[in-house]
Design a protein around this ligand. Structure first.
Ligand SMILES: Cc1cc2nc3c(=O)[nH]c(=O)nc-3n(C[C@H](O)[C@H](O)[C@H](O)COP(=O)(O)OP(=O)(O)OC[C@H]3O[C@@H](n4cnc5c(N)ncnc54)[C@H](O)[C@@H]3O)c2cc1C
Length: 373
């Protein structure tokens, strides 16, 4: 039987996971990336247990774990007081690795290439047809057994299909910064620390070591706070609210983006032979650090479903199986974003941890944690 073929728009985490998982199952897959370069945008990223399991299945886990940071604790400090302290990454505790985005991206890209995926840069998708064609900006129409729109939150593939969608923006957004750790090393400075300032002005810095030398800071400011949400970052208001972080706040270089929290929800995740995967299907506020976790989980879940049934039935089975948890995670992430409840030290409760605890489709064979036992 001829090998089945997929054309995939977007070489982000979803597109790379999709291509890898399909190639591992005997498909051929070509990924089209609009940018001229293959690289991750952004600074750092948290990957919970569920995402680590998927990375294991994709053959990327060892390279990810080698060089990622396993903080011993996750703390919340609001207005200078420690409100919660949760040990992580120890025996019987949650696994939550932090790393630079580029580190994760390089490991996933290498896994996709090892699996045999073809990756084309400067190749922009402009749409797709339900019959299974990917339409490119240069006018080509590429036919495939499966077309995947993994082209992110502003997906052209999704929008070309006219799938009814709800999109929402929130009151807050984040500036993401990668810097060196300066003098902040050892002891509590090796913890992930969720710093909040709520007196007068609301600002947050999620202080996240990404290794011995690198530090990721996710700096949350309301859209309405023009001074704190400005880029390049104006250190003044941040140092005033978080004086203990002055050694690193003064080292921030040019940062070009402030991203407002947003949600995309689709009436359906597929049309004909086209599947929408990752942020293009279900962007969510980053309050649970599960957007990429859900993206790679759903990509692997789709490849598994396509082994179990022919395309139309597989797409139906996939959405029925994977969507409830993604919907839940997206809803909970939005509630947390709206209520800013993390400032009260609630951190990770049962509802928020449902995705982290989930054993993703295609990863049940790993008996312990990310399969490292
Ligand atoms: C501030 C912030 C912090 C976050 N923190 C975390 C976290 O800690 N943990 C976590 O799990 N998730 C986190 N997320 C969510 C995570 O970043 C996303 O869910 C994830 O990047 C989605 O991957 P994706 O591949 O679907 O989309 P993207 O990463 O957006 O990738 C899409 C790719 O498609 C390309 N592309 C776009 N348009 C086209 C086109 N027309 N043709 C071809 N290519 C195209 C883009 O260049 C890009 O390479 C965070 C998000 C934000 C905004």
């Amino acid at each position: 039987m001829a090998r089945r073929h997929a054309e995939i728009a977007g070489a982000g985490f979803a597109g790379l996971a999709m291509a890898t998982a399909l190639c591992q199952r005997g498909w051929t897959a070509r990924v089209h990336e609009a940018n001229a370069e293959l690289r991750a945008f952004g600074a750092g990223i948290f990957i919970w247990e569920n995402g680590l399991r998927v990375l294991r299945a994709l053959g990327a886990y060892d390279a990810v774990a080698d060089g990622a940071f396993a903080a011993p604790a996750y703390e919340t400090r609001t207005n200078g007081r420690v409100l919660s302290f949760q040990p992580i990454n120890g025996a019987g505790q949650y696994r939550l690795l932090t790393m630079t985005r580029q580190h994760l991206y390089a490991a996933m890209l290498a896994a996709a290439r090892r699996a045999g995926a073809e990756i084309v840069t400067a190749s922009e998708a402009v749409g797709a047809t339900p019959e299974g064609e990917l339409l490119l900006a240069d006018g080509r129409r590429l036919r495939a057994d499966l077309v995947v729109g993994a082209d992110g939150v502003r997906s052209k593939v999704r929008d070309s299909l006219g799938i009814p969608q709800q999109r929402r923006k929130y009151e807050d957004g984040l500036i993401r910064v990668l810097t060196d750790r300066a003098t902040l090393k050892g002891g509590d400075w090796d913890h992930v620390i969720d710093f909040w300032h709520t007196a007068g002005r609301t600002l947050r810095i999620l202080y996240t070591p990404c290794g011995a030398d690198q530090l990721y800071m996710a700096m949350m400011a309301p859209v309405a706070d023009a001074e704190a949400s400005a880029v390049p970052v104006r250190p003044g208001p941040w140092i005033e609210c978080f004086p203990q972080l002055e050694p690193v706040l003064t080292r921030i270089g040019q940062v070009a983006r402030y991203d407002v929290y947003e949600t995309t929800k689709l009436a359906q995740w597929s049309v004909g032979r086209v599947a929408i995967v990752g942020d293009s299907a279900h962007a969510m506020p980053p309050t649970l650090a599960q957007g990429a976790g859900c993206a790679v989980t759903n990509a692997l879940g789709l490849a598994v479903a396509l082994e179990e049934a022919e395309t139309a039935e597989a797409l139906r089975l996939w959405e029925a199986r994977e969507r409830p948890l993604t919907d839940h995670t997206q809803r909970r992430a939005a509630e947390i974003a709206e209520s800013r409840i993390l400032a009260s030290g609630m951190s990770w409760d049962d509802e928020g941890l449902r995705a982290a605890r989930h054993v993703p489709t295609g990863t049940g064979q790993y008996s312990d944690l990310a399969g490292t036992a």
